[in-house]
Write a new protein. Structure first.
Length: 469
């Protein structure tokens, strides 16, 4: 398991950076306040968790983030000072930004029943657009723009943070087929559908942030990430006039254009969006000021990671809603989708609703549970198990409990595509929570395995009759 984040306080990294305190942490890394003893200045240092120290793909992406952001020199983008490995830790050293995140500012205004002035909104949002445009022109797409990734520094200056899941234009994206990257509330329709994206996906996310700054609300809300993603794909954003008719029509035009479902209907550059914002008439002073107190960079947050056989893309493309996901880990795991009349999803098979016989024996049988009949609705089941590789993504993202079948923190060599085994009930429930799923009932599991015919085994009545591929 990863070293405790707080246990790092007081230690030195590479004999240069003395750890002073924890600023934030996530499943892949932790960010600390540190002192650069050579230059005698405060910095923020991101350390990846120890269980990822041998993950070559993750290390490549971590190095890519550091090298890419180090090439950026913009007043509204954080600066990278150093990247290295000291024999124990991979780390990235960044400027220490004293202030609060934009979402903390918005929460403060919402709690007091106020909204940002038009002047504040235009000033901050235009500068964020400037930073995004600068990154785009240098070949970088952020892919996870949201208020918690924007720091408000001195004099209300916004600073764009955390390019951890950024994509370099023209380079291969090293994610599994159908993988969805980003945060659901700020995700573009093409991200939600796991389609190819370009810089205009970031412009959609900027539109969501702008909407939230104007209204104190996100344009789309839901009880699950899936329901929010569905709305991004299928529903128009509410009109600003429905919430606050006093806001200028120019802002309504900007929001609706940025939130267009089709990338070609949005602003084609973030710079064009910034110019449109600066053309909005304002007559009020800015309300955003730097916060008093310690700097609090956003907690590093991993991209939402899904199993490699994506059901998200198929479900969203089909316009379904009210989906119920279920999962089980018991020597391998399956994904269920309760869907009504949803056509067959990729990699999934339907389980017909009806009366199912559970158990096999009499009430006094010592071999099988007593026979009984239950009624179940239709549901769908993914025909492939959760593999060690799938579960490893959860471990990396959430510092999840390691399976008993693994060799320490590492997936057994050559068994990446084998079903994960040796997972405790608590870990299974945590894994399901991470994916917005739940464990199935005993009846759901047995019905899926035995079918309406109440077979003794999934393949029939004879244990020796199974045909393996």
């Amino acid at each position: 398991m990863a070293t405790s984040a707080n246990s790092m306080i007081g230690r030195s990294v590479n004999k240069r950076y003395r750890i002073e305190g924890l600023l934030g942490q996530g499943g892949m890394s932790a960010v600390y306040l540190a002192t650069d003893v050579n230059l005698q200045r405060q910095v923020a240092i991101k350390l990846i968790h120890s269980h990822l120290a041998h993950d070559e793909d993750f290390l490549r992406r971590f190095r890519q983030e550091a090298q890419a952001v180090a090439q950026l020199n913009h007043n509204n983008i954080y600066h990278v000072h150093d990247f290295d490995f000291d024999g124990t830790y991979y780390y990235m050293v960044m400027e220490y930004v004293r202030g609060q995140t934009l979402d903390q500012h918005l929460a403060r205004f919402a709690e007091s029943g106020r909204r940002l002035t038009i002047a504040s909104t235009v000033k901050v949002m235009a500068e964020i657009c400037d930073a995004v445009d600068y990154a785009h022109r240098r070949g970088m797409i952020h892919r996870d723009l949201k208020p918690s990734n924007v720091m408000i520094a001195e004099k209300g200056r916004p600073i764009l943070m955390d390019f951890g899941i950024a994509k370099l234009l023209g380079q291969q994206v090293h994610t599994s087929a159908g993988t969805t990257v980003g945060t659901a509330a700020y995700m573009s329709p093409e991200q939600a559908k796991s389609e190819a994206i370009d810089h205009r996906s970031d412009i959609y996310s900027l539109g969501v942030i702008l909407y939230e700054m104007i209204t104190n609300k996100r344009p789309f809300a839901g009880e699950t990430a899936m329901s929010v993603m569905y709305k991004h794909v299928n529903e128009p954003p509410p009109q600003l006039a429905e919430i606050d008719p006093t806001r200028p029509e120019a802002l309504e035009t900007i929001v609706q254009k940025a939130l267009a479902k089709r990338p070609e209907d949005r602003y084609q550059t973030a710079g064009a969006m910034a110019a449109a914002l600066r053309a909005v008439p304002v007559d009020q002073p800015s309300q955003i000021r730097s916060a008093v107190g310690p700097g609090v960079p956003p907690v590093p947050t991993p991209a939402p990671i899904k199993p490699r056989r994506s059901i998200w893309k198929a479900a969203l493309a089909l316009g379904t809603i009210g989906l119920l996901f279920v999962a089980i880990l018991a020597g391998g795991a399956y994904y269920y989708l309760n869907s009504g009349s949803l056509p067959l999803a990729v990699g999934m098979v339907p389980v017909q609703g009806g009366n199912y016989q559970l158990g096999q024996g009499a009430s006094n049988s010592e071999t099988y549970a007593a026979s009984r009949t239950v009624r179940l609705d239709d549901f769908w089941i993914d025909q492939y198990e959760v593999t060690n590789a799938d579960y490893a993504q959860y471990v990396a993202a959430e510092d999840g409990e390691l399976p008993a079948s693994w060799n320490g923190a590492a997936v057994p060599a050559g068994r990446e595509e084998y079903p994960v085994a040796g997972v405790t009930l608590e870990a299974a429930e945590d894994y399901c929570d991470w994916l917005d799923k739940r464990l199935p009932t005993e009846a759901e599991w047995e019905a899926a395995a035995r079918g309406l015919e109440a077979r003794l085994y999934p393949w029939g009545e004879d244990v020796a009759a199974v045909e393996l591929p």
